[in-house]
Design a protein around this ligand. Structure first.
Ligand code: SAM
Length: 228
């Protein structure tokens, strides 16, 4: 990879075969309605198979979620693309991701802006993913371990907040930590299914809510989410 992050990936790790599989995945995402070229390019540039255990690598370029241990999942590529497209990241934006998981979405965000914070509640996943991102040379993001449902006040405000776990409602702390003009993309619903919601802070007290299609996420736990 030629960019400032993912700089530690060698051609042995990301072969022509993997790159071909990625191009096929991008065609599938376009057919499913993803149209933002910057988002497609970002997914095209991140070797998703390097976020899997080697034994499961064959699953990496199917458009499916996959278990990553600790009862959690790496989101489906379509979901990652859909959320990233809704977030509308500009190169100067400061973005907070809640639910680092495998680190894949974080690496995609780093393609769009160098200003990324990501927080993971699960300590095992946090430790594993911090190591993985460092090994891939994707160490540009600020990684945190803790309850992201209350946001990250020390690093606020954010131009974009991307929640990658299903919430029972809009966590008030996250709304407060949005900059005016900022956007939050968050799946909201019950434990079975959630509707994708985008909230734009148009003024200090003015929030616009838009609703999109339904998805199925693991639950957002914590003070602004579901009880642990
Ligand atoms: N974005 C991830 C990726 O690219 O692999 C997928 C995330 S997975 C669908 C959701 C993650 O949210 C899980 O790793 C889970 O531990 C985490 N999570 C749940 N509640 C959280 C909270 N309150 N704060 C931070 N992370 C949380």
């Amino acid at each position: 990879s030629s960019s400032f992050y993912l700089r530690a990936i060698s051609p042995l790790q990301d072969t022509y075969r993997h790159q071909g599989q990625r191009r096929a995945l991008l065609r599938e995402l376009r057919q499913k309605g993803i149209h933002d070229e910057r988002v497609l390019a970002a997914l095209g540039a991140v070797p998703r198979h390097l976020f899997f255990e080697p034994a499961f690598e064959a699953h990496a370029y199917q458009d499916k979620a996959f278990p990553i241990g600790e009862g959690q999942t790496i989101s489906q590529p379509y979901t990652v693309a859909f959320q990233t497209q809704l977030l509308g990241v500009r190169p100067t934006d400061h973005v907070l991701e809640i639910g680092t998981g495998s680190g894949y979405q974080c690496a995609v965000l780093l393609r769009l802006t160098p200003h990324v914070d990501s927080i993971e509640f699960n300590e095992v996943l946090f430790a594993r993913t911090r190591q993985r991102l460092a090994a891939l040379g994707a160490d540009g993001a600020h990684l945190h371990c803790g309850d992201g449902s209350v946001g990250l006040p020390a690093r606020a405000p954010f131009d974009g907040i991307l929640v990658t776990a299903g919430a029972p409602g809009l966590p008030p702390a996250l709304l407060r930590q949005l900059r005016v003009g900022g956007r939050m993309v968050i799946p909201v619903g019950d434990s079975q299914r959630q509707r994708m919601v985008r909230v734009t802070r148009e003024g200090p007290e003015s929030f616009v809510r838009e609703e999109f299609e339904e998805f199925r996420f693991v639950p957002l736990l914590g003070a602004g989410g579901w009880p642990k």
